[in-house]
Each structure stands twice: as structure tokens, then as C-alpha cells.
Design a protein. Structure first.
Length: 249
């Protein structure tokens, strides 16, 4: 059995694998759902897609990505908003969130040895694991953020008209913000539309939670390693007149 003072960590490989598989399935499923949204709203307005009663409005929902045509007596949605794809996307999201947050919280903890769920793990290994998680999650967040914010970064107040070669009747930019990366474009006809789809804005905001948690876990791992080195390492006998080092965290 490992010594009581031996640094340890939870066995989180299964949680990381589950979150990675769920994320890959979400990417594929959302891609199919987004393809299904193409021209679906136009088909509703042109009568190619029929529904119960008269068409009232067409809207896009953030998750699962889908175009929803609201008729007088019910709604008709593109493939992302219907079973089985819509159900599978929700199930994949739940699995990914539970597994990902569970793995990140476990990386923040400092358990004692003695359980089947715990194995000896050096402070350096913990730093490498949390650093890898931060790199992956941080990279995904940054890529998603710049995908949504690239038109807002140069000039948020003119994001709707910059670089598009508009005539003097260029759309006005309202309520621009860098986080969440969104702006409302008002056209000369009075129509308003977000510069980014709602699903993309929601995705960017939701990605901040695991990215910040990974950053916290990485910082905590660095702090614990620094404290261990300052105390002379695990299992080191204390000097005369000196208290034994306490566990950090």
C-alpha cells in the first residue's frame, strides 16, 4: 500500500475518454443538424414544407441546432429538432458535461491512497495532466471565440457593415459586445438580425466553464508541486524543531 503521504490522484482516464467520445459524436451530430437547417426556413415560407395551418414565423434554435417553422396548430423542425437526432444530441451533451466536469473536479482534488479509485500520482504528473487538459480545452474555446468574434474585434460598433461593401444604407450595429461575441444588425428595411447565430454564441459561453475549471486545476497543481518542493518532497523527515509539512489544498 502506498505511504499515506504519497501524492495521489483519482483514476480519471475513463471520464476523459467518455467526454472525448461524446464530444466527437456531438460535432458529427451538430454538423448533420446544421446541414439540415440549410434553406429549411425558405422551404417553409415557399410552401415546400407544409405544416398544420398557416405559417406564423420561422426561428432558429440554439441547441440542438435546428430551424423551426411555427404554424397555427403546431411546429415543424429541421432534422436537428426531431427524434432521433435531437434526442441523441441531448444525450451526448449530458454525457460530455457530466464526464468532463467530473474529470476536471477530480483533477482538482488531492485524495489519500487506499481506494480502488485512487492511484499514486506525482505532482509533476498531475501538472502534466491538468496542463494537457487546459491546452485542449483552452484551444477549443479560443478557436470557437475567434470564429464568433473576428468581425467584432476590429470595430465592435461597426461590425455589421465593416468590410461588406455596403451602400450608404449600411446596416447599423446595435448592442455590440465582445463577450458574449454578439451584435444586433438593423437593416434599412427595419429587420434586425444577430451577427452570429444563437447556437454559436451559446457554445462559446458554455465553453468558458470547462476552460476556467481546467485553468484552476492547472494552477492548483502548480501550487501543490511548488509547496511540495519547498517542503523537501513527499515523505521527507522533518528537521528537528520543525513541524511536518501539511497537505496543500
Amino acid at each position: 500500500m502506498p505511504h499515506e503521504g504519497t501524492p495521489s490522484g483519482y483514476r480519471t482516464d475513463g471520464l476523459w475518454a467518455a467526454s472525448a467520445i461524446a464530444f466527437a459524436a456531438l460535432v458529427v451530430g451538430c454538423g448533420i443538424a446544421l446541414l439540415g437547417m440549410l434553406e429549411f426556413g425558405e422551404h417553409c415560407t415557399q410552401g415546400l414544407t407544409e405544416g398544420p395551418g398557416r405559417l406564423l414565423r420561422v426561428r432558429d434554435q440554439a441547441f440542438p441546432p435546428a430551424t423551426v417553422c411555427a404554424f397555427e396548430q403546431g411546429e415543424v423542425a429541421s432534422v436537428g429538432g426531431r427524434a432521433p437526432l435531437g434526442f441523441l444530441l441531448w444525450a451526448g451533451l449530458v454525457v460530455m458535461v457530466v464526464a468532463l466536469l467530473g474529470a476536471l473536479v477530480a483533477e482538482c482534488l488531492d485524495p489519500r491512497p487506499g481506494s480502488d479509485l485512487v492511484r499514486p500520482m506525482s505532482r509533476t504528473e498531475k501538472v502534466r495532466r491538468t496542463g494537457a487538459a487546459l491546452f485542449v480545452l483552452g484551444s477549443v474555446f479560443l478557436m470557437a471565440y475567434f470564429l464568433a468574434a473576428w468581425r467584432l474585434l476590429p470595430s465592435p460598433s461597426a461590425a455589421c457593415s465593416d468590410g461588406d461593401g455596403w451602400s450608404p444604407g449600411a446596416p447599423r450595429t446595435l448592442d455590440a459586445s465582445l463577450f458574449p461575441p454578439q451584435a444586433t444588425c438593423r437593416f434599412a428595411s427595419g429587420e434586425t438580425r444577430g451577427i452570429n447565430p444563437d447556437w454559436l454564441v451559446s457554445f462559446v459561453v458554455e465553453l468558458t466553464v470547462p476552460a476556467l475549471l481546467a485553468a484552476f486545476a492547472f494552477g492548483l497543481a502548480l501550487r501543490r508541486r511548488a509547496a511540495e518542493r519547498a517542503d523537501g518532497g513527499p515523505g521527507t523527515s522533518p528537521l528537528p524543531g520543525r513541524r511536518p509539512p501539511s497537505r496543500v489544498g
